[in-house]
Ligand binder design. Structure first.
Ligand code: KG4
Ligand code: ZN
Length: 357
């Protein structure tokens, strides 16, 4: 089975061709990603209108490159999959409409993939992981703990009630005048800082649910930064290190609870899987390693190029759905919001604009 996957929900324009063999093994034939970071950097964040226009300009060329690199003709495709949400709606429309046009012209089935489902199924693309497993997804738009029970069977065990984790890193970077995207900058600055200099709050620590909250922590960093103005480089490093230490402790606590909730409902997870840009953070990785070891499970973090937004994960999610006969019609709508777990309710106190909880 050969599937073309298209991803345009945020600021990466991406396309890939993935082969799924009869035994469920995967082969990535091409995976072309063009990040728009430079277009957005001077605004300190992703500007939806700029992203949508860039997707329009770039996508045709990216799809052509992915097909060429894979050495595959459109007539050979078993399906074309696009991320139909959740995400910035202008970009989602560009990707989904392109996929519909290809599906129509080449008389190929269309699969409208949930972007979060694609992140959730990525470890089955990289290492054929069996269900059920526990996913920790932390990116610029999402912070969730999800029980991945089967294709299309997801139970959200925890989510952020306000900012996404990557968003908090980006906002802290911005208030300290570090360049965008802020996550890697904060991690770098933190490496030379004192994590004990500022006693920032550890939001939600000890709560029986597995939800996250990051906006109070972000405000605490802002207050401390304004108090210290003008900031010396060492202040910036210490603020970053103290912020990151608070994120680490909160993450370890929330995931420990999440894994306990998982165990109660689904038994021992086959693995703890981390995905999303924040999973690139070395300090977070080692915190996750400890959490997994204590819960007697294995930590799996797909390679960075498959952890962050890409077309291969969309193609793979499409292939998994196709294998179960789950295709969509050309009426499939683009969605700004699309819960992975249809039964999940917004947590109490939820006040998020960007994370799509
Ligand atoms: O998954 P991703 O590439 O894109 C989406 O948001 O969908 O994640 C990007 C996010 C940004 O907020 C970025 O600051 C954060 O991941 N990030 C990091 C690190 N690298 C990227 N956060 C903390 N530490 C890092 N090393
Ligand atoms: Zn993503």
């Amino acid at each position: 089975m050969l599937v073309l996957g298209i991803e345009t929900t945020c600021d990466e324009t991406a396309a890939a061709v993935v082969e799924r063999q009869a035994d469920g093994q995967a082969k990535i034939l091409s995976n072309v990603v063009r990040s728009q970071t430079d277009e957005h950097a001077r605004f300190g964040g992703v500007v939806p209108e700029i992203a949508a226009r860039a997707h329009v300009d770039l996508l045709d060329g990216i799809v052509a490159s992915a097909m060429k690199e894979a050495g595959v003709g459109y007539g050979q495709l078993s399906a074309v999959a696009a991320a139909a949400g959740p995400g910035l709606i202008g970009g989602v429309i560009v990707g989904l409409t392109t996929a519909k046009a290809i599906a129509m012209v080449h008389d190929t089935p269309l699969i409208a993939v949930n972007h979060l489902e694609a992140h959730a199924l990525t470890p089955r693309l990289t290492c054929a992981l069996a269900f059920p497993y526990c996913l920790f997804l932390a990116s610029g738009g999402h912070t969730q703990i999800v029980a991945v029970v089967g294709v299309g069977e997801y139970v959200r065990l925890g989510t952020t009630v306000d900012d996404a984790m990557g968003e908090a890193f980006d906002k802290v970077a911005k208030m300290l005048s570090l360049p965008y995207p802020g996550g890697p900058q904060v991690e770098r600055a933190a490496a030379g800082g004192d994590p004990t200099r500022f006693a920032f709050p550890r939001p939600m620590l000890g709560r029986p649910d597995a939800n996250f909250s990051l906006s109070g922590l972000k405000t605490a960093v802002r207050n401390e930064a304004s108090r210290l103005e003008p900031l010396e480089p060492q202040d910036i490093s210490d603020l970053c290190a103290s912020f990151q230490a608070a994120v680490l402790e909160a993450t370890a606590d929330r995931l420990t609870v999440g894994l306990r909730l998982f165990e109660e409902r689904f038994g021992t997870p086959r693995a703890l899987v981390a995905a999303g840009g924040v999973a690139a953070n070395h300090a977070i990785r080692s915190a996750l390693q400890d959490v997994a070891a204590k819960a007697q499970t294995t930590l799996i973090i797909p390679p960075p190029a498959l952890c962050t937004d890409n077309g291969a994960m969309i193609a793979w999610a499409g292939a998994e759905r196709m294998a179960l006969g789950l295709t969509d019609t050309l009426e499939a709508p683009p969605r700004a919001r699309w819960l992975l777990d249809a039964n999940a309710k917004a947590p109490a106190g939820h006040a998020n604009s960007r994370a799509g909880y």
